[in-house]
Design a protein around this ligand. Sequence first.
Ligand code: FES
Ligand code: MG
Length: 592
Amino acid sequence: MTHQRITPAELRSKKWFDDVDDPGMSALYLERYLNFGLTREELQSGKPIIGIAQTGSDLTPCNRHHTDLAVRVKEGIRDAGGIPLEFPVHPIQETGKRPTAALDRNLAYLGLVEVLYGYPLDGVVLTTGCDKTTPACLMAAATVNIPAIVLSGGPMLDGYHKGRTVGSGSIIWEAREQLAAGEIDYDGFMDLAAASAPSVGHCNTMGTALSMNCLAEALGMSLPGCASIPAPYRERGQISYHTGKRIVDMVWEDLKPSKVMTREALENAIVLASSLGASTNCPPHLIAIARHMGVELTMDDWQRIGYSVPMIVDCQPTGRHLGERFHKAGGVPAVLAELIKADLIHEDCLTVNNQTLGANCREAFTHDRDVIKPTDDPLLQSAGLMVLSGNLFDNAVLKTSAIDETFRKRYLEDPDHPNVFTGKAIVFEGSEDYHQRRNDPDLGVTEDSILFIRNCGPVGYPGSAEVVNMLPPDSLVKQGITSLPCVGDGRQSGTSGSPSILNASPEAAVGGGLALLKSGDGVRVDLNKRQVDMIISDQELERRKANLVLPELDNQTPWQEIYRSMVGQLSTGACLEPATLHLRVVDEKGLP
Ligand code: FES
Ligand code: MG
């Protein structure tokens, strides 16, 4: 597609390693890279220098096998005539990092921007996988805008326990209910958790990790089919090799993220997200990627473009299957082929293999109709995220595909007011408060309660916590009430199938409407109008506003303090706001 090619003299790395105008500096740059055995010939004969942004480590088990895959990436780079240089990215482990991995997405982003900008790299392979590693890498590639290609690590194999599938994360939410109801004990709980993680790789559910890697593929940033190949499969090693080969050609073609991650490509990603029943973490991540690319993408776009799209992929947490089966069914290319048939995809978007998305995927075949449905026989019509507003927040999302029969019957089928329900608010001041008081009988939680949690957004937590899917008190669970409507300014795990109303922006900690709510207030949820309101008088609302005292924020680390001083809201991607002003660093400002 792109025909303009750059010459060896135009390689960015030449300014470091072979600058005839400044031999002193080039000698300084060059000599230290020779000390582990590289030769002058390799660094000075006009070969692209390719970075491998390594997100895997012992601290990041979901991505750890990337340290092995990098061997095949390097072989691909070498075979295509490039020189590979692998370097570490700040680790982000979704389940291991306290207070939350979300705090570190922007830190890894900043670190990677500095590396890509400040070192002699002509292109980069982004190793992605665990939830925040994918957006962090794509955000950095967007800012620096040098040729970049995504290599997903792939999901774990499908997990089984006593003959049935158990998916990462999702089984934890389910087992919590079983433990609360006294159906399993501590050891039974741990056995279920371990069974969901049978091999190397990232979460095997359609949680944030698999969702974001699928979105990266739909954006055109990885080779076709890359997202879903299970981590231990031979194809994973093979696509690592092809990814390494391809990035070298991308350098010669000057195929940069700005040519791939266009407005249309971002719209494709929204459509794919709806069709997958993807994680509620996708909107903030995709919006952050867009903003660093200089493309305006809003929650309104998610509603306008994504809501009406049918869900055609039957994966947990909202469906039945897991990543390995999804891969065998055809993965992202097969889903895109179905969406293309329904005219829902911009086919002309350029991808990293220098072909359009349409050319890559149009003919892709679905091998398993249990997993991937045609759009005219979907699992659910209009299955995208619903974007809500009202006097509690300007923006929040509801994963409509997570509304199950029980929830629908209990809350949405009043014949006089379909899709409207009211309830009494029970308000928790963060996850600690929730865990302490969940079973407190004085709270008076009933079937008609709506559970609220606040001070869990980017500023409040800090980083925004995955806590909105709250379990009712054990007394209700034992009566069979395993879920109540939940609302909050935090997020929920992408592996949770709860129909919570979450990502509420602005958050309580910066004075959003949620901060004004009191336990016992009536709240009306109207899905027809996409509105959520506390039912209190205007005078009372004004009185509460006047008396509002924002919570004191306690920072445990310097980064928490810096993050809180600069971070925006989930509805606009929870970006470091000053960082969004520095677009296309390399394009606009050249080298130092
Ligand atoms: Fe890392 Fe799910 S915890 S991918
Ligand atoms: Mg998570």
